[in-house]
Design a protein around this ligand. Structure first.
Ligand SMILES: [Zn+2]
Length: 163
């Protein structure tokens, strides 16, 4: 499956930015619930619709440089997904000091197959910078890599996502 685009409301994006700023200079993290729809069976392209952001406590021992989502807080959402009640369409986390690009550690995540990974860089708190990625496995090398996911923000005119 190739994520052709991710669609989100400006409200939801703003909520994530507020949440990230609230936890700065620690990394903040959370889940994005929504849906994944296949656009084209032939080439496997799909579209993500993000409906809701759920902030999850970061329980990493060094939260300024890492995030680890609290398993207790995540569990209900994983169970809801397994029962078909909801769908985890993305994982969000912040980079307080680094650019909005996946780190090597990010690519080692247990959430590799979650459809999208949203990284919010707060290097400049007045200019939040987003990177949205799909993590994939290079079959030949057996290593994860990332590809940018085009973003469509509903409810605004001129804002553009930075890669
Ligand atoms: Zn990261």
């Amino acid at each position: 499956m190739i994520i052709a685009r991710a669609v989100i409301s400006l409200d939801c994006l703003n909520r994530m930015e507020s949440y990230g700023l609230l936890h700065h200079p620690n990394e903040a993290c959370g889940l994005l619930l929504g849906s994944t729809s296949v656009l084209n069976q032939g080439n496997g392209q799909a579209e993500l619709q993000i409906e809701q952001f759920i902030g999850i406590p970061n329980i990493a021992s060094n939260p300024r440089r890492q995030f680890m989502m609290d398993p207790a807080a995540v569990l209900t959402h994983v169970m809801a997904e397994q029962s078909g009640a909801s769908h985890i369409a993305g994982i969000m986390h912040t980079h307080p000091l680094a650019p909005a690009i996946p780190s090597q550690e990010d690519l080692g995540t247990a959430w590799l197959h979650t459809p999208s990974h949203w990284i919010l860089s707060l290097r400049r708190k007045d200019i939040p910078e987003w990177g949205i990625f799909q993590y994939r496995i290079d079959a030949a090398a057996g290593k994860p890599y990332y590809e940018p996911v085009p973003l469509q923000i509903n409810g605004q005119a001129n804002r553009r996502a930075k890669k």
